[in-house]
Design a protein around this ligand. Structure first.
Ligand SMILES: *[C@@H]1O[C@H](CO)[C@@H](O)[C@H](O)[C@H]1NC(C)=O
Ligand SMILES: *[C@@H]1O[C@H](CO)[C@@H](O)[C@H](O)[C@H]1NC(C)=O
Ligand SMILES: *[C@@H]1O[C@H](CO)[C@@H](O)[C@H](O)[C@H]1NC(C)=O
Ligand SMILES: *[C@@H]1O[C@H](CO)[C@@H](O)[C@H](O)[C@H]1NC(C)=O
Ligand SMILES: *[C@@H]1O[C@H](CO)[C@@H](O)[C@H](O)[C@H]1NC(C)=O
Ligand SMILES: *[C@@H]1O[C@H](CO)[C@@H](O)[C@H](O)[C@H]1NC(C)=O
Ligand SMILES: *[C@@H]1O[C@H](CO)[C@@H](O)[C@H](O)[C@H]1NC(C)=O
Length: 424
């Protein structure tokens, strides 16, 4: 039996943590109503655009054209080479220093920054970044006009080329307009959809560098994201002893122990951390198997479990695994006493929840529930997450966004950059 007081969330740190997280949903409706961009798209959140960030007609055309070309290139994870080369050449032609960062000997990230920073022998202090790989299958680009709105359909049109194109256009516009060379780098990685090997390779390449801020691009419905949950997987595997069901006392029923284990595990949910920002932590027992027939005492049973952690402490997965082990310990001992093995195994790759920065005035904000590359680049102080369109269409057959959403995103990235680098 686990009670909340036996866990260390009652420490002053956690109280402070809860206060800090009391953010919830804020809608800057009054601000949005005055924004010139507010009418840009009925389906998008709005923000107060920096006037300097407003795209010209030529920049808008370039944005649509670049997005189209990028979506046309298939770039399913592990087959990103053509998209990487395309972005490498495009940024290189704009006059930046560009390099390829090796990921696995045959796949690369694109990393670019102003030549003046390279000449000083330093690294950029701020990154604007997203990923070039997509989920399968490839869906060709299609430009479609419906009811006066122009849509870009196709795999990756949202996730995440819908962020990449506005990021590049906005970053270039921003750097061009400034005479003081803001210390900004552009990073486009591979492998985000399958565990983040691209971002992890970059994090290692930059292991001695700390970035003061990074703007990550993923679909956030044009809101500045407040955070996302962490995740932790585990398996319960019970080895009992088979016997004829008529003589069940000769065996050890693994399913009975599993059923008790599941009940004990679900009871832990109510003492897992909760935050205003990210909601409740949740436990999902998603798969069970065991036994061979109704007349045989089952010798094996197991369950796969996924936990979504609404807490922003990097050590959270360890804390939570300790909590779960504690909750199951009496049962594990009882199983062992009965001659069974009750094995609790935590999956590798637990991810902490992430709390993001939202201190840019005038944006609508809200949480997202999917995972990102953000935990794979820990050496970033301030973390922003923003992108056009919805994750709900992102991996589906009708992935699309509107041209207005692309423009809104470019202007939003420009506004965030202007906030990070105030004019000197
Ligand atoms: C266009 O308008 C028609 C009629 O109002 C509507 O049925 C359709 O869903 C609209 N299409 C889009 C993409 O909004
Ligand atoms: C980081 O610094 C350590 C210690 O100076 C050095 O051994 C290592 O090679 C550096 N890593 C990179 C990627 O430069
Ligand atoms: C689960 O237990 C069975 C025996 O009951 C064993 O064969 C299997 O390897 C175990 N699996 C894991 C992942 O421990
Ligand atoms: C979180 O859990 C509490 C207690 O179980 C419940 O009252 C509340 O509605 C839950 N919040 C959300 C956002 O699901
Ligand atoms: C789970 O139990 C089933 C049925 O006993 C068995 O076939 C399978 O290998 C087990 N899985 C693991 C991960 O132990
Ligand atoms: C539990 O299962 C894991 C994975 O199969 C294995 O490495 C570990 O030794 C097992 N522990 C016990 C106590 O059987
Ligand atoms: C967790 O929240 C605290 C307080 O807001 C913050 O200082 C810290 O950076 C956050 N941790 C992570 C991993 O985001």
């Amino acid at each position: 039996m686990v009670s909340a007081s036996s866990y260390h969330f009652n420490t002053p740190y956690f109280s402070h943590f809860l206060c800090t997280l009391f953010v919830g949903w804020h809608t800057f409706a009054n601000v949005a109503a005055q924004s010139p961009s507010a009418s840009a798209s009925a389906t998008s959140a709005s923000f107060t655009s920096d006037p300097e960030a407003t795209l010209t007609a030529d920049e808008t055309k370039e944005l649509f054209d670049f997005h189209k070309k990028l979506v046309k290139i298939p770039s399913t994870t592990f087959e990103e080479a053509e998209a990487i080369q395309f972005v490498f050449d495009y940024i290189s032609d704009l006059g930046y220093y560009v390099e390829k960062v090796d990921v696995d000997g045959s796949r690369y990230d694109v990393f670019a920054y102003p030549q003046a920073i390279k000449d000083e022998g330093t690294w950029p202090e701020v990154l604007i970044t997203s990923h070039l790989d997509t989920v399968p299958p490839y869906i060709p680009f299609e430009r479609r006009e419906e009811n006066g709105t122009i849509y870009h359909f196709g795999r990756g049109s949202v996730d995440a080329k819908g962020a990449v194109a506005p990021q590049i256009v906005a970053a270039h516009k921003f750097l061009q307009a400034r005479t003081d060379t803001p210390s900004l780098g552009l990073l486009f990685v591979v492998g985000e959809e399958t565990g983040g090997d691209g971002m992890k390779a970059f994090a290692k390449y930059a292991e001695n560098v700390t970035f003061s801020a990074a703007i990550f691009g993923e679909p956030t419905e044009s809101k500045l994201a407040t955070g996302h949950k962490g995740s932790l997987g585990l398996t319960l595997n019970i080895t009992g002893k088979a016997a004829h069901s008529a003589y069940e006392w000769l065996g050890v029923n693994a399913i009975d122990f599993l059923a008790e284990g599941i009940t004990a595990l679900n009871a832990v949910e109510s003492v897992l951390p909760t935050s205003e920002l990210l909601g409740n932590s949740t436990i999902n027992v998603g798969r069970v198997s065991g036994g061979v027939a109704s007349n045989v005492v089952p010798a094996n049973a197991n369950a796969s479990v996924s936990i979504r952690v609404a807490q922003n402490i990097t050590s959270a997965p360890d804390d939570i695994s300790a909590l779960i082990e504690e909750a199951l310990a009496p049962l594990v001992r009882r199983a062992e006493h009965a001659g069974a093995i009750f094995n609790v195994t935590f999956a590798a790759g637990a991810r902490p929840a992430i709390v993001l920065d939202t201190d840019i005035p005038g944006f609508e904000i809200g949480p997202v529930f999917y995972g990102t590359d953000i935990p794979s680049l820990p050496q970033v102080k301030k973390k922003y997450l923003y992108g056009p369109a919805s994750i709900k269409v992102a991996h589906g057959p009708d992935e699309e966004l509107t041209q207005d959403e692309l423009v809104l995103a470019a202007e939003a990235y420009g506004t965030i950059l202007a906030h990070i680098f105030p004019p000197s």
